[in-house]
Design a protein around this ligand. Structure first.
Ligand SMILES: *Cc1c(COP(=O)(O)O)cnc(C)c1O
Length: 228
């Protein structure tokens, strides 16, 4: 199958998953995760109508920003080191993976130099896995409150990456918990903070995530094939 054919199939599945729970499929945006894939794959997906691309590594993102001529929207979705923030400043429309105040502070500083505001999601490690980034569920509200004081950052919602399961249904409780947490934080009415975006769901479980309220699904292998 070509990238265009796979994209079409994903959209069919996104629409069906949204329909099943009475959601508008237009409220679910597809982030094509292009890590490890060549710039030509990004261009091919763009020609097939895909606009948002997610990258995990700073150097790889920068290479593709240069190589991809099409006006794509880049999102940063991977673990981000503070000392590398400067290298992506102004180049990404959304950072999904803000999990600590020191990182938020550096994003604020670098976007501030450009006199721009960076949209971010707070990454929550719902399962508390030691190998994964993310603030704890209990720490999320605190972090959101702290970030809200930074002038050049705007919190748009939450992101999570549940433990890996073969059965997508096993991930569902984590998606549900992220949604519950977002509702809780929204209820606190922190000035300048929105809980409109829920970034959750990957190739193996995006349908369950959509049924639980995802507004951004991050799909890699189901579009581009197995990673090299
Ligand atoms: C790689 C990655 C994805 C995409 O995973 P697939 O299983 O290939 O769809 C999504 N989110 C994050 C944070 C990733 O690192």
């Amino acid at each position: 199958m070509t990238i265009a054919e796979r994209l079409q199939e994903i959209h069919t599945r996104i629409n069906a998953a949204a329909d099943r729970v009475g959601r508008n499929p237009a409220d679910v945006r597809l982030v094509a995760v292009s890590k490890t894939r060549p710039a030509t794959d990004v261009s091919a997906a763009f020609r097939a109508g895909q606009r948002i691309f997610g990258e995990n590594y700073v150097q790889e993102l920068n290479e593709k920003v240069v190589r991809v001529a099409e006006p794509v929207e880049w999102h940063f979705i991977g673990h981000l080191q503070s000392n590398k923030v400067r290298q992506i400043a102004g180049k990404v429309a959304l950072i999904h993976s803000v999990d600590r105040l020191s990182l938020a502070g550096e994003i604020d500083r670098q976007w501030g130099k450009l006199e721009k505001v960076c949209d971010v999601l707070v990454q929550v490690n719902i399962a508390g896995e030691a190998t994964k980034s993310g603030t704890t569920g209990e720490g999320a509200l605190r972090l959101v409150r702290d970030i809200a004081r930074l002038p050049n950052l705007r919190v748009r919602g939450l992101m999570t990456m549940p433990p890996f399961f073969d059965d997508p249904e096993a991930a569902r409780p984590y998606f549900r918990e992220l949604k519950r947490l977002a509702g809780l934080i929204a209820g606190e009415d922190v000035p300048g903070v929105e809980m409109k975006e829920l970034s959750m769901g990957m190739s193996g479980d995006f349908e369950a995530a959509i049924q639980e309220g995802a507004t951004l699904v991050r799909v890699g292998t189901a579009i581009f094939g197995e990673r090299m």
